[in-house]
Design a protein around this ligand. Structure first.
Ligand SMILES: [Zn+2]
Length: 297
């Protein structure tokens, strides 16, 4: 058995995985001071109760910067500089440990679930914009743990909004949930709209579906920037499929169509025939991908 652990800001999702399928899943609260103790205590209890004979490994999805199982920073949890091997081997001395950041792990989970391709990217549109790149079935970590950080590609320089990272014009400033709201506010007086004074990204897409002029314009802009990002990825990593995941992707077909429309104009001729699809695994991608880090190595 392999455990896939998806650490989030408020909860830790724990999946027991056998033969690439999640057979049991649990959630425990994320407590900053006892995070890894809580996880290991839970696992030991589970192993004892279920009389599990052997553990092949424990994989982790980390909300932050991790290189070779060393966690540099988890800003949303407030933890820094953790040697994961050391933490976990206190409780499981002979078990293989692997960790990657959560966007990478989710991309791997989506790829493993769909089974169709060995080369895939998954762009996650949520509070921020992240991306995981899987090549030949392996997550691309990068030398600084930064591979796939497409949220900070400077491709929205037309607006040059300030990003939380300190740069300007990052994709995240227009394509994250807050970015979409920012764009709609920026153009609020230019197009008729039924948007109220306060609104969310979901409201923007819901109204775009009803052909609201402002919201349709914003959807088109968001589609344009994500398509531009995919076109740049396509000439860099040249994978088969680009999954669009995260809360914002719940907009579904209209978002995928907006991206595809622009992608055809923006992409190099050799990479026009790629798949752009909504991610299918919502909450389980992290657990499955975290466990997949073990299976793959
Ligand atoms: Zn940025």
């Amino acid at each position: 058995m392999i455990f896939g652990i998806d650490i989030g800001g408020t909860t830790v999702k724990i999946g027991a995985v056998e033969n690439g399928c999640i057979i049991d899943k649990y959630e425990i609260p994320t407590c900053k001071d006892t995070l890894f103790l809580d996880i290991c205590t839970f696992l030991r209890k589970y192993i004892k109760e279920k009389e599990i004979p052997e553990i092949e490994g424990i994989g982790f999805g980390i909300p932050g910067n991790v290189i070779k199982n060393y966690i540099y920073n988890m800003p949303n949890i407030g933890l820094k500089n953790i040697d994961l091997n050391q933490e976990i081997k206190k409780y499981f001395p002979n078990v293989e440990i692997a960790a990657q950041n959560d966007a990478n792990v989710a991309a791997l989970g989506e790829m493993l679930y769909n089974k169709e391709y060995q080369n895939a990217c998954m762009i996650t549109l949520g509070t921020g914009v992240g991306c995981g790149i899987v090549l030949d079935g392996k997550v691309l970590e990068g030398c600084h743990g930064d591979a796939g950080e497409v949220g900070h590609m400077g491709i929205a320089t037309e607006y040059n909004f300030s990003c939380t990272c300190g740069l300007k014009g990052c994709l995240e400033t227009v394509a994250s949930a807050t970015g979409i709201v920012r764009l709609a506010k920026y153009h609020y007086n230019e197009y008729p709209t039924q948007l109220k004074e306060t609104f969310t990204a979901k409201d923007v897409f819901d109204l775009a579906r009803k052909n609201d002029p402002l919201c349709s314009f914003v959807l088109d802009k968001v589609g344009f920037y994500i398509a531009k990002c995919i076109a740049m990825l396509a000439v860099t990593v040249d994978v088969d499929v680009y999954y669009i995941g995260g809360g914002v992707s719940k907009a579904g077909d209209i978002l995928i169509q907006a991206i595809e429309k622009h992608y055809q104009n923006l992409s190099h001729y050799a990479v026009k025939n790629v798949k752009i699809e909504a991610a299918k695994l919502l909450n389980d991608a992290g657990m499955l991908g975290a466990a997949g880090l073990i299976q793959r190595d």
